[in-house]
Design a protein. Structure first.
Length: 353
């Protein structure tokens, strides 16, 4: 037999190591679940006004909470120097026990962020060293890692915005950047995991691409999520406890002295109004996406319909209950699930195209 015929044919695996797309997909979906968890904890942190309870950023030593009364007192004294305590919680008679409660949620939120960073960075390094990342995916995974780092930085900028000056709370602009970065990262994790799962089933499969319907739906949903973040940042959910009317009107009174667009970004009443009614534009876009998806994967269509249906009901319940902690938290949780389901649906349209 000729020597040439005896040679083993070269394969992609020999050239790139031993790619494991299915394993990478499972890992990314696990990280996505952690991101949903931190979005929920972040919502609780915001709703309990806990975000400014820790006035310093200590990446390593900050993982350990105060362990004795002297350390607790030192943290409380640092908190007593910021405007939120001086103007709001101090006059309300905040005790050390009250402070420990809000400290816990901010500490847990930051701890979860650190754990997510480790849960992404360490396996990424392992897969990279062992050459188990399929060709073309390393830059995307590094971009997701960078997004996680930005998320932490944006979180600190958000906290810092409320530690000095006239503010007694964090900037609602920084809060929206912080939240939307987390949700964009979530969508990226889902999308990349789905690309890798498809690659595991179909060797050589190309990544899905964004389609027109996915882009339009994403823009409409982005606006709704941005308005929701501003509602949270300005406590605008408390602007009305009735639905569908506000102040007995369809369009509530708001501060128009500096123009509509200024009010649309600053006035709690107008932002609340825009958030509750832009939701229906989002519903229309989501229905179109779900209908596009249904012939190919019915479960994805059901997920989109279920998420936005439950989300609307929870939004109304949040208003009616005067922003009850757990109802509002559920609203944020389902919002994250909605983003995940939209990423799923958008991916299906992209790979079918």
């Amino acid at each position: 037999m000729p020597a040439a015929a005896m040679r083993k044919p070269e394969t992609t695996q020999v050239a790139t190591g031993d790619p494991r797309p299915a394993r990478l997909a499972a890992w990314l979906l696990f990280v996505a679940a952690l991101v949903i968890a931190i979005v929920v904890v972040g919502g609780i942190t915001r709703l309990t006004e806990s975000g400014l309870s820790i006035t310093e950023w200590k990446p390593v030593t900050g993982t350990i909470p105060p362990l004795n009364e002297a350390q607790w007192q030192a943290e409380f004294e640092a908190y007593q120097q910021i405007p939120e305590y001086i103007r709001v919680n101090g006059p309300a008679g905040m005790t050390l026990a009250d402070y420990k409660f809000i400290y816990f949620w901010e500490w847990f939120h930051r701890l979860l962020g650190r754990l997510i960073g480790l849960a992404f960075a360490l396996p990424l390094a392992w897969f990279w060293i062992r050459k188990q990342i399929p060709a073309g995916y390393t830059p995307r995974l590094l971009a997701l890692l960078a997004l996680g780092g930005l998320q932490g930085a944006f979180g600190w900028f958000m906290v810092r915005s409320g530690l000095s000056g006239e503010m007694t709370d964090v900037s609602h602009f920084w809060l929206s950047i912080h939240l939307l970065t987390a949700l964009f990262t979530l969508a990226g994790l889902i999308w990349t995991a789905l690309d890798l799962r498809r690659l595991a089933k179909i060797p050589g499969a190309r990544p899905a691409r964004l389609t027109g319907v996915a882009i339009v739906t994403g823009i409409v949903l982005f606006i709704q999520l941005l308005l929701g973040a501003w509602v949270a940042g300005l406590d605008a959910g408390l602007a009305s406890d009735t639905w569908p009317l506000m102040q007995g009107k369809v369009v509530p009174d708001y501060n128009a002295s500096r123009g509509f667009w200024w009010a649309a970004a600053h006035d709690p009443f107008l932002i609340h109004f825009l958030h509750r009614w832009w939701a229906w534009a989002a519903v229309a876009a989501l229905i179109v996406l779900a209908r596009k998806v249904r012939p190919f994967e019915r479960n994805a269509s059901i997920a989109i319909h279920s998420a936005f249906g439950i989300q609307i009901l929870l939004g109304i319940a949040t208003v009616w209950t005067g922003v009850d902690l757990w109802v509002a938290t559920a609203h944020q949780f389902v919002g994250a699930l909605l983003v995940a389901s939209v990423a799923w649906g958008a991916h299906i349209t992209g790979r079918r195209a």
